[in-house]
Ligand binder design. Structure first.
Ligand SMILES: C[S@@+](CC[C@H](N)C(=O)[O-])C[C@H]1O[C@@H](n2cnc3c(N)ncnc32)[C@H](O)[C@@H]1O
Length: 362
């Protein structure tokens, strides 16, 4: 492999730029694969690259897209999930709309519009009756907001309220006698109080970076070519083929995806104990399709600088990925650092050290 340089491991240095400081205001989402804790390091690598516009087509929690917005870049953020896109519309595309006290009063007021799908479907599965009724109320009121960004912001606040009130932030197991209820404040607050706090959090996260940013929902391979061709840099953070377990986002976050459309898109699977919706296929999650998917991805973004997040517990190995990228890029640098990665098990929280990579191809 010529032209490939593996840089020495970098230590985490606190990066005092205002863009990183600003991410402290970003409502952090407990999300599988979130790069929130790696933002200072990611920012320090971005700083070595000249670019004005960037795409984040696996946006997830939106932390990296928000960082790039804070760096003054024109950002296009997308994901194939709807709820992640709602959050990005609220915090990345939106540059000025905030929910007013009057809006909030309207949103939480139980009225003639109320529906009961959430209560009827999830009673005894997640949350208590009052919380479920509250979710139905807010979902019925969100469409009454005229400004689409305010609707996105209210939806984002509702999603984060649901995550915070759900033990471990995942929806794989239902109410189970308080097994995971450790008495945390987040679990004790009512859904209503959570929602009010999250409205403030998203209101505070809104800012204008002077650019026309865009958030859209799309499978990475369906993104319009004119958008793909319009950016200087692409940050790629696809899911990894798991070495064990699985990395199915819908299995963990089906409730959030469902609430983001009020289950209009996918009916719940009646046989599922936690009332899941069907899984979404992605070629990045399987050994037999991942390599070809990476090749397609590198070909798709061949005209932009590629920054790929990867880790030592992913498949294929780093060397294979660098080799694949070198078919499209002549100048490749691998930045690496250790990352302590937390993941829950049924009994305890195990910890393991993985090496995180940022593979930059120009
Ligand atoms: C590792 S996460 C990204 C994490 C993100 N960088 C963060 O900091 O939160 C991968 C994301 O890719 C999305 N995804 C998976 N397959 C996709 C596809 N084929 N097209 C678009 N998005 C996809 C998932 O929904 C998930 O949000």
């Amino acid at each position: 492999m010529t032209g490939v340089e593996i840089s020495a491991p970098t230590q985490l240095t606190l990066f005092g730029s205002s863009a990183v400081d600003r991410t402290a205001a970003y409502p952090r989402l407990r999300y599988m694969g979130s790069k929130y804790r790696l933002l200072p390091w990611i920012a320090s690598v971005f700083e070595t690259i000249e670019f004005d516009s960037a795409m984040d087509p696996f946006l997830g929690s939106g932390a990296v897209a928000y960082l790039m917005k804070g760096m003054g870049k024109r950002v296009i953020a997308s994901d194939y999930l709807n709820f992640t896109t709602e959050i990005a519309k609220a915090a990345i595309e939106n540059h000025a709309s905030r929910a007013t006290p009057h809006d909030v009063e309207m949103l939480i007021c139980a009225g003639p519009y109320a529906k009961s799908f959430i209560h009827d479907t999830f009673d005894g599965v997640f949350y208590d009756t009052a919380d479920l009724r509250f979710l139905d109320t807010v979902c019925a009121n969100i469409p009454r907001l005229d400004d689409p960004y305010k609707r996105n912001l209210a939806t984002a606040a509702l999603i984060r309220a649901c995550v915070k009130k759900q033990p471990r932030g995942v929806f794989t197991v239902g109410n189970n006698g308080g097994k995971y209820d450790d008495g945390r404040r987040d679990l004790r607050l009512t859904m209503r109080d959570q929602f009010l706090e999250q409205i403030d959090a998203y209101n505070d996260a809104v800012f204008d970076n002077g650019k026309e940013n865009l958030a859209l929902r799309s499978d990475v391979f369906d993104l319009p070519q004119d958008l793909v061709g319009s950016v200087d840099l692409v940050y790629l953070d696809p899911p990894y083929v798991p070495r064990s377990d699985d990395n199915d986002y819908i299995k963990r976050y089906h409730f959030l995806e469902g609430i983001s459309t009020y289950w209009k898109e996918d009916a719940v699977l009646e046989e599922s104990k936690v009332k899941k919706i069907p899984k979404r296929f992605t070629p990045f999650a399987y050994r037999k399709t991942a390599i070809e998917a990476f090749e397609r991805l590198f070909a798709q973004f061949r005209d932009s600088t590629i920054v790929l997040s990867y880790s030592s517990n992913g498949y294929p190995d780093l060397e294979v990925l660098v080799e694949l990228m070198s078919n499209f890029k002549s100048d490749i640098v691998v930045h690496r650092r250790d990352h302590r990665y937390h993941f829950g098990t049924h009994k305890a929280v195990r910890r393991s050290i993985v090496e995180e990579y940022l593979i930059v191809g120009k």
